[in-house]
Design a protein around this ligand. Structure first.
Ligand code: FUC
Length: 838
């Protein structure tokens, strides 16, 4: 008889079985784990910057060359910029050109006049991100031969090691940069007692002076210029680097400090540095601080006390000592890094002959076609490593080069380009479980909204806030171009703030943090929406349009065949506004606030100038079917609605979904690093795993700086930095995000498991990816099909899972139903609940 007891027994047995399955699953993913250690390693020192290895804590950054007799650690501090706060007024009266521009565009289709007048609506360029200096360790071996050379960057520990042998002595240098202690630690050892004799010194390309002290301390004190022009702006007769600003605010101060600690040998003070003799183990503790005191404070007259700061960081580190610093660093770093693991099955595993190659040669061999999934997982995790190392709460957002820059006039000022690059830096943040690393960008938006409110009023006669093509640590938001020399195709583009605002919304989506939505996100999103509300104008045919409008940074041919860029309602403009208005309305519903405003933006949204499909079946980039000046242009801005937006989906807008595919086919797979990175994400959203994978391989194409094709030469440097070329970190981040997007998507109301799995990734597992709605997802798959998924519900929201193969909930047996092309499984969850799907 089926008694209550039998029933309870069955329930108990089932529970045990599920518990056992969960344990097996955990063991399986652990075993699958990283069969090969996640390391970049080399058998020779770096001979150029893109071979050096990056370490960082969001604040201090170092590029380690691993030289034997001459070791170079090129240093950065993430707040060190030229310039100072922006004036309250930039170009009074700039908005007065708008009526004339709009008349030229809407009444006369006179793009030339519109272009000419739009140039009058420009302000200054941004300032530049500065290098801090070089730390040199010189060890003279008198030409003795070096054997067993090895250097690596262990991204599971965020520790870099250089090791070599001279005269039978093994010398080791180990470097890490601790975020909790804000200090870089270099541990130098010799295998033979007393064999360590070297000099350490520091210098800066900025105005600076070095002081050395008897107690083994070295202090580099300096000042950033009051102004630095972008590297691409070189009008004759102009000083491009201005050290002092006698009429306004002088530049930022900095101080870097290093202390040598050793129990063995001697430390001697010399004019150029410190001389260490006959030691066995030596610690170098290095830290740095600047006088940066916020985007609106003069870093000189209102600056922080960089001396006191650097002293206190160093004192703290010395008090803690090496052992504790290392422990603290590892605990802190691993807390973030270990949240996600990815394994793509390699049938040869560690027997793969590629595994014996140093990382640069291995990458080269991979880019010539070798099957080596480890390179892909390494690249994926390297993106996460770079984000943890360059973007920490309290630091500025990661810039065009993260935090690693050696040049006074770096490419594009190593600043924020917000028509794609800065946003791209943060694509992996939420999805790959690094929500905290998103914080610097979200905090920055508060600053940007302050200058952006002035820009909205002064340049566009509108409420709310806006930002254009570029920004910097001073939260510049005006159209750049130095008052008229900029090309509107990039300079005049007031959509940057609205695009950035979606990061606030996504942070809420992934975390479910309602307090954040209410206090931080909503007011900023609303300000961005108010600007767009005012910026839209009627086109006379019943639609709301933007004018002037550009599609970054592409141009078209007008009726006379002349290249133009300023027109009306570019597809990207409309897509960003649609995205913002949609998210805003949703946020207002969740918070139960501002219904009238929400209704008004939804009303405008319903009459936004629509997306259109052109003669070739492609999505149109502009409001008319113009001929493109460069049909293979690296920007494909009109696909914003496909990714990062979600206006275009397979089920919701199948026509535009197909047109997006056509657009990408016409554009081709070439491009800069970031362009290829974006394409991975687009093909993932188009659910074409093999095409996405092809682009992964394109992005990982080895490049060693030999040739510089600025527009189509994207790839990966020997140190796995993304090559635009030159180096730009955005491609690294887009690559990581894209690989995750191939495995998990959650933008259209469901957790889509393995939406774009390529044939090359037939077997594998992933642990810890995050999905919107507050879920953490582990999966394993085989023969291209999902085997099991484990979903942790963080907030107790209802979970909708979409997959190609029918899944059921192990605990209840509830099975997925076929819906269109997919199987869909819906279930209620409890906060903290774990659900095994088989
Ligand atoms: C945009 C891109 C360039 C480059 C620069 C930093 O202007 O078009 O390719 O990435 O940003």
């Amino acid at each position: 008889m089926f008694t209550k007891e039998t029933h309870l027994k069955i329930v108990e047995m089932k529970k045990k079985k599920i518990a056992a399955l969960l344990v097996m699953f955990a063991m399986w993913t652990a075993k699958q784990g990283n069969a090969q250690p996640l390391r970049l390693w080399y058998d020779q020192p770096a001979t150029q910057w893109v071979e050096a290895l990056p370490v960082g804590n969001g604040r201090i950054g170092a590029m380690i060359f691993g030289g034997v007799e001459d070791e170079l650690l090129q240093l950065n501090e993430s707040t060190l910029y030229s310039g100072g706060p922006l004036p309250k007024q930039i170009a009074p009266g700039a908005s007065k050109y708008l009526p004339e521009i709009r008349k030229a565009l809407l009444e006369n289709e006179d793009y030339g006049t519109a272009d000419r007048l739009t140039r009058k609506m420009q302000g200054p360029f941004t300032q530049s991100y500065m290098p801090l200096g070089d730390l040199r360790i010189t060890q003279n071996f008198g030409g003795a031969s070096v054997t067993a050379y090895y250097r690596d960057l262990d991204i599971e520990r965020a520790v870099a090691t250089t090791r070599f042998k001279v005269d039978n002595v093994v010398y080791t240098r180990e470097v890490f940069i601790s975020a909790p202690a804000n200090v870089m630690v270099v541990k130098i050892t010799a295998s033979k007692p007393g064999a360590l004799t070297f000099n350490v010194s520091a210098a800066s390309p900025l105005q600076s002076s070095l002081a050395t002290f008897k107690n083994g301390e070295l202090v580099l004190t300096g000042k950033a210029p009051a102004h630095v022009d972008p590297s691409y702006y070189n009008p004759k007769g102009r000083e491009h680097v201005i050290q002092a600003d006698t009429s306004g605010c002088n530049g930022m101060r900095f101080q870097a400090r290093l202390k040598v600690v050793t129990n063995t040998g001697t430390v001697k003070q010399e004019a150029e540095g410190l001389a260490i003799k006959n030691a066995t183990e030596v610690m170098l503790y290095f830290t740095a601080a600047t006088s940066f005191n916020g985007f609106d404070k003069c870093p000189d007259s209102e600056g922080k006390d960089e001396k006191a700061l650097s002293q206190s960081y160093l004192a703290g580190a010395l008090k803690a000592g090496y052992k504790q610093l290392l422990q603290q660093h590892l605990a802190d770093y691993k807390k973030y890094f270990n949240r996600v693991s990815l394994e793509i099955h390699d049938s040869l595993g560690s027997r793969n002959p590629q595994a014996k190659l140093p990382s640069d040669k291995r990458l080269l061999s991979y880019s010539k076609g070798a099957a080596d999934p480890f390179i892909e997982t390494l690249y994926f995790q390297y993106g996460r490593y770079l984000l943890i190392s360059s973007s920490r709460p309290g630091s500025p957002p990661a810039n065009l080069q993260g935090i690693w820059n050696k040049e006074l006039r770096a490419p594009w000022s190593s600043n924020y380009t917000i028509n794609i690059n800065t946003q791209m830096n943060y694509w992996p943040a939420e999805l790959t479980n690094l929500s905290e690393m998103h914080q610097p960008l979200l905090d920055f938006l508060k600053d940007l909204s302050v200058t952006g409110t002035r820009t909205a009023r002064e340049f566009y006669d509108a409420r709310g806030w806006t930002a254009n093509h570029n920004s910097d640590i001073w939260a510049l938001s005006n159209p750049v171009g130095d008052f008229g020399t900029g090309d509107p195709v990039w300079a005049n583009w007031p959509l940057g703030g609205a695009w950035l605002a979606r990061h606030l919304w996504e942070h809420y989506n992934y975390t479910g943090d309602k307090m954040f939505l209410k206090k931080t996100a909503y007011p900023l999103m609303k300000g961005a929406a108010e600007f767009m509300f005012d910026w839209l104008i009627p086109d006379g045919n019943g639609y709301w349009v933007t004018a002037p409008s550009v599609s970054p940074e592409n141009s078209f041919k007008d009726a006379k065949g002349k290249s133009q860029s300023v027109s009306v309602a570019s597809t990207m403009d409309m897509a960003i506004i649609w995205d913002l208005f949609t998210n805003m309305a949703e946020a207002s519903k969740i918070l139960d606030t501002d219904k009238a405003f929400s209704d008004s933006i939804l009303e405008k949204r319903s009459k936004l100038f629509p997306m259109q499909v052109g003669k070739k079946g492609q999505l149109l980039e502009w409001y008319k079917e113009f001929e493109e000046t460069d049909p293979q242009h690296r920007h494909v801005s009109h696909l914003f609605g496909l990714y990062p937006g979600y206006q275009i989906t397979a089920d919701g807008t199948p026509g535009f979904f197909e047109a997006s595919k056509k657009t990408l086919q016409i554009r081709g797979d070439e491009g800069t690093g970031w362009s290829r990175g974006w394409k991975i994400n687009w093909w993932a959203r188009l659910q074409d795993g093999d095409h996405a994978y092809y682009l992964v391989r394109q992005l990982l194409k080895y490049t060693d700086n030999g040739k510089l094709d600025m527009h189509k030469g994207g790839g990966t440097y020997p140190n796995f930095f993304d090559a635009h070329p030159p180096f730009q970190i955005d491609g690294n981040f887009a690559g990581t995000a894209g690989m995750a997007e191939m495995l998990l998507q959650s933008h259209s109301g469901a957790l889509h498991l393995l939406p774009a799995l390529p044939q090359a990734w037939a077997k594998g597992s992933v642990r810890g990816l995050k999905a919107r709605g507050g879920f953490e997802v582990d999966m394993k798959w085989q023969n291209g099909k999902i085997q099991q998924a484990r979903i942790k519900s963080l907030n107790g929201n209802e979970c909708v899972v979409r997959s190609a193969k029918p899944l059921k909930i192990a605990a209840t047996g509830a099975a997925a139903q076929k819906e269109g092309a997919w199987y869909v499984l819906k279930f209620k969850t409890k906060p903290g609940g774990i659900y095994l799907l088989i």
